[in-house]
Design a binder for this molecule. Structure first.
Ligand code: PBG
Length: 325
């Protein structure tokens, strides 16, 4: 006797019934890029189908997010001015702070998460303060927490620090608590790797480092045990949700995290993963819908509870349209 595993594959109904991992709109967080100016809606060439919006133009995309059934967005800002300490990152009339206020006004139910980092705001493009030509960990903490507080003061429901400084979760938690924001969760980019797959994002956010690279603060792609230490430290410091980023080449990291920690796990399906599928689909080399849903399913199967993805809106539509094509 041998087992006839094919029995459970013969119709789309039976496949649906035995399917172990099912995507739904609640899995997704959609990233939104906000720019200064008025009347701006410009497609991001490295992230096809995603746009730079000025604050006054956000209504349309918020409607699409709502219709898709997506419950959360992640806001990224592109400021007008950059300087060595990223001072436009924590202004109350900064681009993210204005965007957050607008989104909460238009879509009060939508969960607004902000990316907390300095690289879009510094003229050197690094995620922290430079002292003696290195990114100075402890000097950066004060700035990162100040940025997080300014986002929460503007109405952000959750902050997501992506700078990878040691001790940032503790510093942010303390400053938020001291200012009465004890119930605002932190989603920590805990296991964030120094990845080549951020390329299209850096083009979109104009945040590429102007010298050197991010390898002294983001993780070495070769390491998984170290990722567990990062996550453990962040949970101890008060992170409510932890993140693994990128997702596609790090499914093992997501799985290890799922098996070891009891907090919700987010995975960031990053710009390079999105762009590869888009570009190949444009060439007719693979089917965008099927490739994207397969990738998103694999991220969820690996153990992610939350998937941050540029495919979010399209994926919800594909799921609505039907299971298989
Ligand atoms: C900011 C930040 C980056 C991404 C999210 N937040 C870029 C980087 O670390 O260089 C990348 C997201 C993506 O590639 O989709 N630090």
């Amino acid at each position: 006797m041998f087992s006839r595993n094919r029995r459970l594959r013969f119709s789309s109904s039976i496949r649906a019934v035995v399917r172990e991992t099912v995507l739904n709109p609640l899995d997704f967080i959609y990233p939104i890029f906000v720019v200064e100016g008025i009347g701006v809606k410009e497609e991001i060439s490295s992230l096809k189908g995603n746009y730079h919006y000025s604050v006054d133009m956000l209504e349309e995309i918020l409607l699409q997010v709502k219709e898709a059934g997506i419950k959360g967005v992640m806001v990224f800002g592109l400021p007008k001015n950059k300087d060595s300490i990223g001072s436009s990152a924590w202004q109350q009339d900064g681009v993210v702070q204005r965007a957050v206020r607008k989104i909460k006004e238009l879509s009060p139910q939508l969960m607004v998460i902000t990316d907390v980092c300095m690289c879009q705001y510094t003229d050197h493009g690094h995620c922290g303060i430079i002292r003696n030509s290195i990114v100075d960990n402890d000097a950066t903490l004060e700035y990162i927490s100040k940025i997080a507080l300014s986002h929460v003061a503007a109405g952000a429901d959750m902050v997501a620090p992506s700078d990878m400084m040691d001790g940032r979760i503790l510093a942010i938690r303390k400053l938020l608590d001291d200012n009465g924001h004890i119930n605002t969760p932190i989603m920590s980019y805990s296991a964030k790797y120094a990845s080549a797959f951020y390329g299209p994002f850096r083009a979109a956010a104009q945040s590429a480092p102007q010298f050197g690279d991010r390898k002294t603060y983001q993780m070495d792609p070769a390491n998984i045990r170290e990722a567990m230490r990062e996550i453990e430290a962040d949970i101890c410091e008060g992170a409510d949700i932890i993140m693994v980023k990128p997702a596609m080449s790090y499914l093992d990291v997501i799985r290890w995290s799922r098996d070891r920690f009891e907090v919700p796990i987010a995975a960031y399906n990053v710009s390079g993963e999105f762009a590869m599928i888009k570009a190949a689909a444009e060439k007719g080399w693979l089917d965008e819908r099927n490739a994207a849903l397969e990738l998103l399913t694999s991220i969820k199967r690996a153990g992610a509870d939350i998937i941050i993805t540029y495919f979010a809106i399209d994926a919800c539509r594909w799921l609505r349209e039907g299971d298989e094509k």
